[in-house]
Design a protein around this ligand. Structure first.
Ligand code: SAM
Length: 161
């Protein structure tokens, strides 16, 4: 498999899972996107969830101007500083859907990031809330339901609280 094949498979899994999740989430609760990047997945989320509140977390926004979330939905800064403040503001269990895509090519850094992020994600998700993730997480209060979604094993990860 070439790097192009691998990128296409990853993006396809991302899109398919965003479609899967947005057709299943509870009508109540916030939607969170961790990592705006180019704004591709944010754009997809907002097109699938019109009228829904989508908060986006990004430390260095550089997306296409069309894909910059409106005020006050873009939270600029490190997620490890922004998420605790967000939970304080909206309360535990405020999120119906979280999509996290903030990893890098450094696998050790990704494992550490997942360990730090896990308690914040558990705090954010409402009962029945969904987490889509670019990597595996250990989440004591969530079930790994990736295999129920049709995504190829290990390509993208889905959890339900
Ligand atoms: N899903 C996006 C898309 O479809 O365009 C791509 C996201 S890109 C892979 C990851 C983004 O996460 C980068 O823009 C990076 O700046 C951001 N990021 C990484 N670590 C972060 C952190 N600790 N806090 C906030 N943003 C972070």
């Amino acid at each position: 498999m070439t790097r192009l094949d691998s990128a296409i498979r990853r993006l396809t899994a991302q899109r398919d899972l965003l479609d899967w999740a947005t057709s299943r989430i509870s009508p109540q609760g916030l939607v969170l996107e961790l990592g705006l990047g180019n704004g591709r997945t944010y754009d997809h989320l907002r097109s699938r969830l019109p009228g829904r509140e989508i908060y986006v977390f990004e430390r260095s926004p550089a997306a296409h101007p069309d894909c910059i979330p409106p005020d006050p939905y873009l939270l600029v800064g490190d997620v490890f500083e922004a998420l605790p403040r967000f939970i304080e503001r909206f309360g535990s269990g405020c999120a119906a859907l979280v999509h996290t895509d903030i990893g890098s090519g450094d696998e050790e850094a990704n494992r550490q990031l997942a360990r730090r992020l896990a308690p914040l994600l558990e705090n954010l998700l409402q009962p029945g809330g969904l987490l889509l993730a670019d990597r595996a997480f250990e989440l004591a209060c969530c079930k790994d339901i990736s295999s129920e979604t049709g995504v190829a094993e290990g390509r993208y990860f889905v959890y339900r609280r």
